[in-house]
Design a protein around this ligand. Sequence first.
Ligand code: SF4
Ligand code: MG
Length: 272
Amino acid sequence: MPSPVVTREMRTNNLPHIWCAGCSHGSVMRALCQAIENAGLDRKKTVIVSGIGCSSRAVGYLNFATIHTTHGRALAFATGIKMANPELEVIVLTGDGDISAIGGNHLIHASRRNIGITCIVMNNSIYGMTGGQYSPTTPTGDYATTAPYGNIDRDFDIPLLARAAGATFTARGTAYNIVETTRIIEKAIRHKGFSLVDVASICPSYYGRKNKKGSAVDMLNWQKENSIPYAKARSMSAEELNGKIVTGIFNDDSFPEYTDKYQEIISRAEVK
Ligand code: SF4
Ligand code: MG
């Protein structure tokens, strides 16, 4: 018997899903559903937008107003929706390649505008859907179908990138600690302004296999053993943090939200 959350929030007629056995995208999607329930969002005023990739397929299973857009452009579509109707709660579901490569430009501009969108990144350090190519979050030296001798690029830390660009809420959860991830997503939804939650996810089929990480359970256990809370990480050196996952809320700042500022402009123009 499906749980009440699954029944309410999901288009069960679209199941079974396409994800591989052991993929963590389903856990993150479930965390989002629970966070939406906990935050008390109105289904009629909630829009979920995705780009392209395994993670972005989640919108097909979510029983909300959803839109599955083009590669890297989820934030651009979400910005248009939020500007057209600021009353809507707009949530973006995306992957590491979608948000930080093809959509990297949209990420930095959504961050600097501080537009009221919640962006959840299912970050599995690989392009899963297109065959296991390395992405901007594949760690240096790791393997991918396009990096058979090891990746020579430095990897992005997506929350730090968004924060540097102006995002007022940035955080990271893991697929292993889905309870903490649910709490973080709820706080991100409640935050006024642009919020970015990076969720360390697992792709056993490509990243795991190429890098000999073992089974899905092994990969989740690795997350458990290598997660460091943000407060503790602040007193650790870069060498000590190498290969670790820093989790928790990185910043939660107050700054005027973009559509509020735009409404002020409209009001001033109307007075004249
Ligand atoms: Fe998940 Fe990887 Fe399979 Fe895509 S390829 S569904 S990311 S395990
Ligand atoms: Mg990915």
